[in-house]
Design a binder for this molecule. Structure first.
Ligand code: SF4
Length: 569
C-alpha cells in the first residue's frame, strides 16, 4: 500500500498551510506504517508518473479538477482523494465524478479509513463527501487526527523540507537571505471572524501537538543550520498553560521566530516569555479600524487599545506586525477613512503592517453574496478587489491601497486597452494589463536585491506565466511595431520571454538580475493595428523569474513598456 501526496501549485504568501497539511498527513501515514511520497507540482502539464495506488491531492486552485481528471484518465484504477481548507467548494458532482472522496474539514483521519478499507467509501466514512448513484453524499461527523499522537513531522520527505523562501522572510528578524522553516504547535482557532476559513475548517476547536514533537522538528532544522522559524499557529499564545510548556523548552534552543497572537492574550508576562524564547515578530490581525466593521466581522479589538498593545510589544524588543484588510462587504467610505487614519498612526510610530484585500472564501457567509467580482482562488493574495457593493468606494480603496502598498488595485472586468498611436509612441505601465497569469510576488518594489525599499519594478512575476495588453486605436492601419521594455530576472537563473502580437512571435532572453535591468527591444513587421490586437509577454521557463521595470529611474510611476509604430510604406 503506498500513497502519493500531491501539492498542486504550492506558491505565494498565502499557501503555507498546504505544505503543513501535507506534512501532517505524511506523519499520519507513517504512524500507520503506510509508505508515501510527497510531490509539489506547479503546472497541470507537469508529468505525474507514479506507482502509488492512492493519490491524495491538495490545492486551492480550481484547475486541480483538470489535474485530477488527467491522473484519472491515465491511471484508471488509482484512488483519488482530495483535501483542502476550501473543501466545501469542491463538494460537487463534477469533482466527485473524478475523485473518490473529498475530505470534509480537517477530518484527515478519513484518508486512513479509506486507504485501509476501500469498501467503506460507500457506507460513508466520517468527514467525507462522495458520489453514489449520481447523488452527492456527505458525512460531516468529525474525524480529526489526534495531533498528540502524530509525532514529529517528516520534513525531510517534503521537497526542500518545506522551507519558506518568500520575500517576506528575507528581512529582519530572519536576516537577509536566511531561510525560515514552517512549524506549528496547534491547529485551529476558537474565534469566529466571519471572513475566515478557520472556523469552517476546524469548527472553532484547537488541536495541540505534543510540545516534545515540536522540539524535535526544531532540532531537525537546527541540525541543518536553520534557526529561523515561522510558527503558523493562528494564535500561539491563546492557551497560556500550553504555551508555557513550549516556552520552557524552546527558550533553550536559541532560535528566532515569528508567530501570531491576539490582542486579548498579550500582556507583559507573555511578552517576556515570547522574547526569552526567541520571538522577534508578533503578527496581530486587526483588519479594520472601524469599530462598526469590527463588530460586523466578529473581530473586536478596538483601536486605541491596539496602539497601546503595539507599544507594549515593542518595549520587549519584539516587532509588532499589524495585519489589516480592505474591501470588506459592508465597508463604507467612513470605515475606510478610519482604517486609513489608523495606518497613518502606525506609520508615524514606525510600526509595521501588512495590508491585504478581502477574499470571499468558500464556506463562509461571504461566499456567494451579491457584489462578488472575482471568485478565482488563484487571484487570492494578489491585488484584486473581490467585492464591489453599493457601499464600496472603489476609488478610496484604490487610493489607500496605493498609498500604503505602492501597488495598483486590480478591478476585475475593468476594460483595459492601450491606445496605440499611428506613427508615434505609446507608453504603458507594466501593470496596466487586461489579463495576467503571472503569479505576482507580494511586493512589487525592487532595487536589485532588497524588497523593502522603493525601486524600479512595476510588475513582478515568477515561474511560468503571461501578461496581455489589448490594443486600441481610433483607426485600423498597417505598421511596423517596435516594443521596448526594461526587464531582468529576480534570480541568477536564466530564461526566455516570448513576445507575441497575435500570431507573430519573437523571443528574447531575460537579462540577468540587476538594479536597473536592461532595455529589451523586439520589432514586428507589417502588423495590422486594430482593436483585435493583443500583445502578450510570456515567460515559458520554470526558472525564468522576471520582472518589468520603469524606464525612468527616478519615478516609480513611470511607464515601463513602449509601443512605437511606423506606417508600412
Ligand atoms: S482569529 Fe484569525 S484564525 Fe481565528 S477566526 Fe479570526 S481571522 Fe480566523
Amino acid at each position: 500500500m503506498s500513497v502519493l501526496i500531491l501539492n498542486y501549485d504550492p506558491s505565494g504568501l498565502y499557501k503555507r498551510n498546504e505544505v503543513l497539511n501535507c506534512l501532517l498527513l505524511a506523519a499520519l501515514l507513517k504512524r500507520h506504517s503506510i509508505s508515501y511520497k510527497i510531490k509539489e507540482i506547479s503546472s497541470i502539464s507537469d508529468e505525474v508518473v507514479n506507482d502509488e495506488r492512492f493519490v491524495v491531492i491538495t490545492s486551492r486552485e480550481k484547475k486541480v479538477q483538470e489535474l485530477a481528471l488527467k491522473i484519472k484518465k491515465r491511471y484508471k484504477t488509482k484512488v483519488l482523494i482530495f483535501f483542502h481548507e476550501y473543501f466545501s467548494f469542491f463538494i460537487n458532482k463534477d469533482f466527485l465524478k473524478i475523485v473518490d472522496i473529498v475530505v470534509v474539514g480537517n477530518g484527515f483521519n478519513a484518508i486512513i479509513d479509506l486507504i485501509k478499507d476501500l469498501k467503506r467509501k460507500e457506507t460513508g466514512i466520517k468527514s467525507t463527501a462522495w458520489l453514489s448513484n449520481g447523488v452527492v453524499n456527505i458525512n460531516s461527523s468529525q474525524n480529526p487526527i489526534d495531533l498528540k499522537k502524530v509525532g514529529k513531522l517528516p520534513y525531510s520527505k517534503y521537497p526542500g523540507c518545506g522551507i519558506y523562501k518568500e520575500a517576506a522572510f528575507k528581512y529582519s528578524p530572519y536576516e537577509e537571505g536566511k531561510d525560515a522553516a514552517l512549524i506549528f504547535f496547534s491547529r485551529g482557532c476558537k474565534s469566529r471572524c466571519s471572513f475566515c476559513i478557520n472556523p469552517i475548517f476546524y469548527k472553532r476547536k484547537v488541536y495541540y501537538r505534543d510540545p516534545f514533537d515540536v522540539l524535535e522538528d526544531i532540532d531537525f532544522f537546527i541540525e541543518k543550520g536553520i534557526v529561523h522559524f515561522s510558527f503558523e499557529d493562528e494564535n500561539l499564545i491563546a492557551d497560556r498553560k500550553r504555551f508555557n510548556e513550549l516556552y520552557t523548552h524552546i527558550k533553550k534552543k536559541n532560535i528566532m521566530y515569528r508567530c501570531h497572537g491576539a490582542i486579548r492574550d498579550i500582556d507583559n508576562s507573555i511578552l517576556k516569555k515570547l522574547f526569552e524564547s526567541g520571538c522577534k515578530r508578533l503578527d496581530i490581525g486587526i483588519e479594520t479600524a472601524s469599530l462598526d466593521l469590527q463588530s460586523k466581522i466578529n473581530k473586536i479589538n478596538g483601536v486605541k487599545r491596539v496602539i497601546k498593545v503595539c507599544n507594549q510589544v515593542k518595549s520587549f524588543g519584539i516587532r509588532p506586525f499589524i495585519l489589516m484588510m480592505l474591501g470588506f462587504p459592508g465597508e463604507t467610505r467612513e470605515d475606510l477613512l478610519k482604517t486609513k487614519g489608523f495606518l497613518e498612526i502606525l506609520e508615524k510610530n514606525g510600526m509595521e503592517f501588512g495590508l491585504s484585500l478581502f477574499r470571499p472564501l468558500p464556506g463562509t457567509c461571504f461566499e456567494k453574496i451579491k457584489g462578488i467580482t472575482e471568485t478565482g482562488f488563484s487571484s487570492h493574495g494578489k491585488d484584486v478587489l473581490h467585492y464591489i457593493g453599493d457601499e464600496t468606494d472603489v476609488d478610496e480603496i484604490k487610493r489607500i491601497y496605493k498609498r500604503f502598498t505602492s501597488k495598483k488595485l486590480i478591478i476585475p472586468n475593468e476594460s483595459k486597452s492601450i491606445k496605440v498611436v499611428r506613427n508615434g509612441s505609446s507608453f504603458i505601465r507594466a501593470d496596466e494589463y487586461f489579463e495576467a497569469d503571472f503569479k505576482p510576488v507580494p511586493l512589487n518594489i525592487w532595487n536589485g536585491d532588497k524588497w523593502d525599499s522603493k525601486g524600479l519594478a512595476h510588475l513582478v512575476g515568477r515561474f511560468k506565466g503571461y501578461i496581455k495588453y489589448r490594443f486600441s486605436s481610433s483607426e485600423s492601419f498597417k505598421a511596423n511595431i517596435k516594443i521596448r521594455f526594461r526587464a531582468c530576472t529576480q534570480t541568477d537563473e536564466k530564461g526566455n520571454l516570448v513576445i507575441t502580437i497575435n500570431e507573430n512571435k519573437k523571443e528574447v532572453y531575460i537579462p540577468e538580475k540587476s538594479e536597473s535591468g536592461e532595455i529589451l527591444c523586439v520589432e514586428f513587421e507589417n502588423i495590422t493595428v486594430d482593436i483585435k490586437n493583443e500583445l502578450c509577454i510570456l515567460c515559458n521557463s520554470e526558472m525564468g523569474l522576471s520582472l518589468f521595470l520603469s524606464f525612468d529611474d527616478s519615478k516609480v510611476d513611470n511607464k515601463s513598456i513602449e509601443i512605437s509604430t511606423c506606417d508600412v510604406l
